[in-house]
Design a protein around this ligand. Structure first.
Ligand code: CMC
Length: 381
């Protein structure tokens, strides 16, 4: 029997729609990103991360009362159970924080095992719990791997400030907190990327939302996706000095190696998130005499644009985010977990959208193997 295919096979499913969605939109040729129709620049200039998360998940901006109620619920659910902390204490301190996060996110399903996907109150509680507890778990692992007790959330602080506080036990200055909140907003959602697709596939089986988030975290961790922001700093360290940039780029291109933090499946111009992050980096670095890595980054952008701009390869979101986080005093292996803290908003929005119109994902394949092959007995192989 021959199988009929409805479209040509495309590696990486490039250009194949996997769903219909009203959550976000990217215009890759004009460098535009919109959440529920609102330009990302508007949201970063005028809104906050939690307001953006509400918009993504419930489809409209909250009014003042709704936002206050949402913030209060999140505040109430920030703490994690001592058994989760005890479990995390057994994680090896040398383990990557993304692996710690994936395990802890999955563990939430053990503690909150009721599943009622048709109950709006259940959906709301799951959304709040996940948004509230993920930052606490990231910060707790960071403390525990240094041999410290986790720092409890501070009820006086907003979402962004509280996370920075749990990392350092210091209340961050308002500029750092605002910049961090903008970073969270910028990373909150980005249509059907690999981790969101992973979340949707998992959601389509009607499993619990904690499994959905755990599978998305695992997918985000790879160096071609969220892991690139950590790799960017490794690359800047490897380059070492502005005068080495050109030879580094030429060598990578000659060896057909990727330059981390550049290129995107959808954007063929500079990623608008990279533009905002660059502005934030400029703001952070303006009082600094000179920062070697920032100078290298600026030169790298110029050289890569000259060499690869014609191919549509420009900085993506990961290029400047690492520099900003480093300047905020955040260890580089927490960059991707921070991406996850933010992207949870988008994953939850897609989870909610998916279960509202669900059909289990079950694509097909182009079989390239044999037929009627013989089973060769063990002694004859
Ligand atoms: N450096 C040098 N060349 C590149 C780069 C790069 N960063 N990205 C793409 N190219 C070239 C690639 O060599 C290929 O050239 P050719 O057609 O001559 O063989 C062409 O551009 C198309 O590349 P591709 O790998 O087929 O493109 P893709 O759409 O499959 O991959 C990407 C997109 C983001 C995985 C890729 O650009 C990449 O690996 N970039 C570096 C890693 C990175 O920064 N990832 C973060 C992505 S944005 C945030 C996120 O998704 O989490």
């Amino acid at each position: 029997m021959t199988t009929t295919f409805f479209c040509e096979y495309k590696p990486g499913l490039e250009g194949i729609p996997a769903t219909k969605s009203s959550i976000s939109h990217v215009d890759g040729n004009r460098g535009i990103l919109e959440y529920r129709g609102i330009r990302i620049e508007e949201l970063t200039a005028k809104g906050s991360f939690l307001e953006t998360a509400y918009l993504l998940i419930w489809g409209r901006l909250p009014n003042q009362e709704e936002l206050k109620g949402f913030q209060k619920e999140i505040l109430y659910h920030r703490r994690i159970k001592y058994r989760i902390r005890d479990m995390m204490k057994c994680f090896p301190e040398t383990g990557h924080p993304m692996d710690a996060l994936q395990t802890s996110a999955a563990a939430l399903g053990l503690f909150y095992s009721r599943r009622a996907l048709d109950d709006p109150a259940y959906i709301r509680k799951a959304v709040v719990r996940i948004l509230a507890k993920i930052p606490t778990m990231v910060a707790a692992f960071n403390q525990m791997r240094k041999g410290n007790d986790p720092i409890q959330p501070n009820d006086e602080l907003d979402y962004a400030s509280n996370f920075l506080y749990m990392l350092t036990e210091r209340v961050p200055d308002p500029l750092a907190a605002r910049i961090f909140d903008v970073c969270l907003t910028l990373h909150a959602e980005h249509t059907i990327n690999a981790s969101t697709f992973s979340a949707m596939v998992t959601a389509s089986t009607l499993t619990d939302p904690y499994a959905v988030i755990a599978s998305a975290v695992g997918t985000l961790a790879g160096p071609l996706h969220g892991g690139a922001n950590e790799e960017v700093l490794v690359m800047l360290e490897e380059i070492g000095a502005v005068e080495n940039v050109r030879s580094y780029v030429e060598e990578r291109i000659a060896n057909k190696q990727k330059i981390m933090g550049f290129g995107h499946r959808v954007y063929k111009v500079k990623d608008p998130r990279a533009t905002t992050l660059q502005e934030l980096a400029e703001e952070l670095f303006k009082d600094t005499e000179s920062d070697r890595y920032y100078e290298i980054a600026l030169e790298l952008e110029k050289v890569v644009e000259g060499e690869l701009g014609a191919k549509g390869i420009y900085p993506n979101v990961d290029f400047y985010s690492g520099l900003v986080y480093r300047k905020l005093g955040i260890p580089s292996d927490l960059f991707t977990p921070i991406f996850a803290i933010s992207r949870v908003a988008g994953w939850l929005a897609h989870w909610k959208e998916q279960i509202g119109v669900n059909r289990i994902f079950r694509p097909t394949q182009v079989y390239t193997g044999e037929h009627n092959a013989l089973y060769v007995p063990m002694e004859e192989r």
